[in-house]
Design a binder for this molecule. Structure first.
Ligand code: G
Ligand code: G
Ligand code: MN
Ligand code: NA
Length: 253
């Protein structure tokens, strides 16, 4: 895939779409947030997943343009949904490379004011490994973003090297438990102790917890019983475009 040469043009031609996957409050069933996920609708190759183009965009210095695009699309939809009576938090994935970019906080700030979206409606999802890569730079950026009122989440928690002790040092609001911990709940007869431990400690530290990869009702119930506050997964809804989200929400419960 000649991603490097094609990606710049793809952005300019409007081939980079943004879809949204609902995140619900597990106790009430209420839709609390959505996660923005990019897709490249390639004219010949069809839909290309972000796994195939984000690394290339990072290497070519284009990831900031991608982040800006996703941020604008997400905040534009946030405003439209809010106008339709659904005031959701929108979560945008931030790649490791964007996190060390000193323009990130300015970009977020101007996007929020341009779309007139309150900062606490935006969550930025950072992977564990990207925060650990250069803690001094990233923590300064995170503090600036948090001072704006933006919510910060550690994504894919449990897959990197950081410990629960380290998590306490980070200025974050939310922890997303990686789907590799959640998917096996389908098979587990008992509650897996590692997952229970993570959930309990995160709760004690005051983090909002999101369980990802909920693929059926059993997993959803187990996570709820274990004290996980929010959930996301194919059992609840697949990622969808911004207009479909309004229809989905109208039919949800
Ligand atoms: O939706 P999907 O399973 O294809 O996403 C695959 C991966 O791509 C996930 O890890 C997700 O975090 C990442 N991803 C999706 N959209 C974006 C984006 O806009 N920016 C970044 N940096 N990563 C994204
Ligand atoms: O890495 P990150 O958490 O940002 O990526 C979210 C990814 O998880 C998206 O690519 C999304 O398509 C995928 N995803 C969302 N729900 C489910 C699910 O229930 N099962 C699986 N296997 N993947 C999911
Ligand atoms: Mn994510
Ligand atoms: Na994840």
């Amino acid at each position: 895939l000649k991603v490097s040469s094609g990606f710049r043009m793809a952005l300019d031609r409007g081939e980079i779409d943004v879809v949204f996957q609902p995140i619900i409050d597990l106790e009430s069933g209420r839709v609390a947030a959505v996660e923005a996920l990019t897709r490249w609708s390639h004219p010949e190759l069809g839909v290309i997943r972000p796994d195939e183009f984000i690394a290339a965009a990072e290497q070519n210095g284009m990831v900031t343009d991608l982040t800006r695009h996703v941020l604008h699309a997400s905040l534009q939809w946030q405003r439209l949904w809010a106008a339709a009576g659904i005031d959701l938090q929108v979560a945008v994935n931030i790649s490791a490379r964007s996190l060390v970019d000193d323009q990130l906080a300015d970009m977020v700030c101007s996007a929020l004011s341009r779309h007139r979206v309150p900062a606490n409606r935006l969550t930025l999802e950072l992977t564990e490994s990207s925060v650990v890569s250069d803690p001094s730079i990233t923590i300064a950026t995170l503090r600036r973003l948090r001072a704006l009122g933006v919510r910060l989440a550690v994504d894919d928690f449990g897959t990197g090297y950081s410990s629960l002790a380290y998590l306490r040092e980070l200025p974050v609001d939310e922890v997303k438990i990686d789907k590799s911990f959640v998917i096996p709940l389908v098979e587990e007869l008992h509650t897996p102790p590692l997952l229970s431990g993570i959930i309990n400690l995160c709760r004690e530290m005051g983090f909002e917890l999101v369980g990802e990869g909920i693929e059926n009702a059993t997993v959803q119930r187990k996570l709820t019983d274990m004290g996980c506050s929010r959930g996301q997964g194919f059992h609840i809804a697949r990622p969808m475009d911004g207009a479909d989200l309004l229809d989905w929400q109208a039919r949800w419960r």
